[in-house]
Design a protein. Sequence first.
Length: 189
Amino acid sequence: MERVAVLIDGGYLDKVRLSFNKPILDIVKFSDIICGDNCERFRTYYYDALPWVSEIPNPQDLQRRQSKQHYLDSLRMLHRIEVRLGEVQRIEVKCTKGQNHINFIQKLVDVLLSVDVVRLAWGSFIDKIVLVSGDRDFIPAVNAAKDAGVIIKLVYANPPHAYVHTNLLLACDERQVIDQDLIKKSSSK
């Protein structure tokens, strides 16, 4: 029986969920299904960041942050789920027309996920990693895990539900598309 670690890019999964009309996913069910038959799920790692709030936050920002914190705390209470948090950085971009544009960018999330891919693979904890993402930034970590003899399965959504980089698809050993059937089977009842 293969030992499998599931690593979920929470921001990516949120985009996928939104495109499927915001179903409430049971992360344990989802993880167990994408692990496959004859596998033992070692652990699911969920990577995300709390929404940014200003030093003097408005009620909507506080509510959004509290809601996300509540969701992440509920994940932490589940069996074999580990939550890893990065942060959101506010970046003000000066525009040529005199108006500034504000971007909010997740930081550290990809690094945390990549470090865990390599650590789990080279630590001989697992036989397979199931990665839920579409970001090509993970390719070096995927290649390092493959060098350690770990099988890498990518779980992703096709456009228009989410973007997946072609080079990430090519780098992984196995692939599974997130489709309506998987979403339905993984939804909380």
